[in-house]
Ligand binder design. Structure first.
Ligand SMILES: C[S@@+](CC[C@H](N)C(=O)[O-])C[C@H]1O[C@@H](n2cnc3c(N)ncnc32)[C@H](O)[C@@H]1O
Length: 214
């Protein structure tokens, strides 16, 4: 009996792990997105019918909640790099039966978003991965309508970590100092405010920097 129960729980564990690996979406991501998106909607001044982009959307937890927030008359662009990540994003959007999400392949130097398509853009946990930040900041700004808002959520370099491959060395490790985001993005967009403790789920050291296109 014990052996049968042990085998059953092993099968259950493996199928749960298999499902998690297939999508990569975690409960922690979903909980964080559920907690953050209402606050992001306020900060980004999003209303139903507006267009928002989730750049470096990962597995789409924020994309899906933005899509619900802007409603069927609104639109969400979700971008990332590489076919497997884009497939995972599309799969989650389809599973949630959302018809107002456009998944786009981004690039190293460009969001590939249409010019002035967006009332707002979120770049979450992705700025410190940008290998060509100057080009991407110009591209992010080009995607915003005049008066549009950009939120960059990231974390300071973690102690004893390496700067990710190809990323400028002034990040000082895996992460990016808040002052670097304010300075680099602030050279192109107007800095509105910084929330130093944007803690969420198992990421306890996040900050949020908010910008506006003049
Ligand atoms: C750590 S994940 C964060 C995903 C999600 N935003 C979140 O907060 O969970 C960073 C994502 O940014 C993507 N990324 C990095 N550079 C990018 C670029 N130039 N354009 C679009 N996505 C990019 C990576 O492929 C990765 O999926």
């Amino acid at each position: 009996m014990i052996r049968v129960l042990a085998s059953l729980s092993l099968v259950l564990c493996l199928s749960v792990l298999g499902a998690a690996q297939q999508t990569g979406l975690t409960d922690d991501m979903i909980r964080s997105a559920e907690r953050e998106v209402p606050q992001l909607v306020d900060l980004l001044e999003l209303k139903p019918g507006m267009t928002v982009a989730d750049v470096g959307a990962g597995f789409g937890a924020w994309t899906v909640r933005f899509a619900r927030a802007v409603g069927p008359t609104g639109r969400v662009y979700a971008t990332d790099l590489g076919a497997p990540q884009l497939a995972a994003l599309r799969q989650y959007v389809e599973k949630e039966k959302l018809t107002n999400v456009i998944v786009l392949e981004g690039a190293e130097t460009s969001t590939n978003l249409p010019f002035t398509c967006c009332d707002a853009v979120l770049l979450r946990d992705a700025f410190h991965h940008l290998t060509r930040p100057e080009d991407m900041i110009l591209s992010l700004a080009a995607a915003l309508k005049p008066g549009g808002r950009l939120a960059v959520v990231d974390f300071p370099p973690r102690p004893n970590t390496e700067v990710p491959a190809g990323v400028p060395a002034n990040r000082g490790g895996h992460g990016v100092p808040q002052a670097v985001v304010e300075r680099e993005v602030g050279a192109v967009l107007t800095h509105v405010r910084t929330i130093p403790m944007w803690s969420s789920g198992n990421q306890s050291d996040l900050f949020l920097t908010l910008f506006r296109k003049p």
